[in-house]
Design a protein. Structure first.
Length: 366
């Protein structure tokens, strides 16, 4: 095995990165989820293998070979994004192949194991409610009957992303209904829940990762009748708002959304953040990042539908200045991060902004 023949040439496997952590150099194989503490000598030799190198009969090369981070054939990558996206995608894949053990036995063992795991982490469960401590603003009682006058199909077919808003105000009663229907605690017990089962969290109208309700909604009130402008946190289980930022931010909302300035004419926007610490409690593996994004996606669709059902036009964006939005919301660093923003208002309903339509109209059609 250890000779300098051409068939003994090895290449560094693609799924890796290096991290300096607390004075240590860590080689991380994110495909297998293995971590190795290495020395500068290891790093130098790994650089050789990244260009293709013959395996030598040394203890260092044997150690690298046994770690399974080098391969016989150079991998031709077809990945279209950068390496950060590569790390995210493959780093959140399940690291091991399926193992068939028989359905009946497996289901029973999994159920028992899951119950035992939940019991083992129950002692340090996170707070269900996220309270920021701002001044409380009472919302009108939600009128759910207002959503029953329009069919599901009509709402689906009428929903369209709008970029042409006219700056008109929205009614506080409509906002109240939209917030409750999307983010409010529905307080409807599940009749199939065993009597001795302890349930963490609460129920919204959209599915949630592990039932943890890790998504927190923040209202950027721009032009709402009966509500001062500012940024508020919606208390899902109380159906109230608490103030996070009084008055106007330093810049109009469009500036924070990477100069998507049609947003300045919205009536309001909902910023959805994720309380990652809730997920870490139950799901310590980074794969949980995937359903976390789905959690926000489910809620954004429900929010779009509710906005449409109220006769308003929705707009959605994931393009914003993360750090600045996080600071506006006073999010605890690394525990809570902004993920998605949905705006609403009145306007033409066009998916093209007024400015882009004007530019298109200048084009001479031959």
């Amino acid at each position: 095995m250890l000779n300098n023949q051409e068939n003994n040439r090895f290449w560094l496997e693609d799924h890796h990165f290096l991290k300096i952590d607390k004075g240590k150099l860590i080689f991380w194989n994110y495909k297998s989820h293995e971590q190795f503490e290495i020395t500068p000598r290891h790093a130098s030799r790994l650089i050789d293998f990244s260009k293709g190198s013959f395996l030598k009969n040394t203890s260092l090369d044997r150690e690298i070979f046994n770690s399974a981070v080098i391969v016989k054939k150079k991998h031709e990558s077809h990945w279209g994004w950068d390496w950060l996206a590569h790390i995210y995608h493959y780093g959140t894949c399940h690291p091991s192949p399926p193992e068939f053990r028989g359905f009946e036995k497996t289901n029973s063992e999994n159920a028992k194991s899951y119950i035992e795991y939940c019991a083992s982490i129950a002692h340090n469960e996170p707070e269900i409610d996220v309270i920021r401590g701002g001044k409380i603003f009472n919302l009108p009682d939600p009128n759910i009957d207002s959503f029953k006058s329009i069919s599901l199909w009509d709402t689906l077919i009428n929903r369209r992303t709008c970029r042409d808003f006219n700056g008109s105000s929205a009614e506080l009663s409509d906002l109240s209904d939209i917030l409750f229907a999307t983010f409010g605690d529905q307080c409807s017990p599940d009749p199939t829940t065993p009597l001795n089962a302890k349930v963490h969290g609460y129920r919204r109208t959209s599915p949630s990762t592990g039932g943890l309700q890790c998504t927190e909604p923040y209202l950027w009130a721009i032009n709402i009748n009966g509500l001062p402008s500012g940024i508020y946190h919606y208390l899902s289980r109380r159906h109230k708002l608490e103030n996070v930022l009084q008055g106007n931010a330093k810049y109009p909302i469009g500036t924070y959304l990477c100069n998507q300035n049609w947003a300045n004419d919205l009536a309001f926007a909902i910023i959805m953040t994720c309380r990652m610490d809730k997920l870490w409690w139950k799901y310590p593996h980074s794969r949980a990042y995937r359903p976390m994004l789905m959690d926000v996606g489910h809620l954004s669709q429900t929010l779009n539908m509710c906005i449409t059902a109220k006769g308003l036009h929705p707009w959605i964006t994931g393009y914003f200045h993360d750090k600045d939005i996080s600071e506006l919301l006073s999010c605890p660093h690394e525990k809570e991060e902004p993920m998605l923003i949905v705006g609403a208002g009145s306007g033409s309903g066009s998916s093209f902004s007024r400015e882009s339509r004007n530019e298109f109209n200048k084009i001479q059609i031959s």
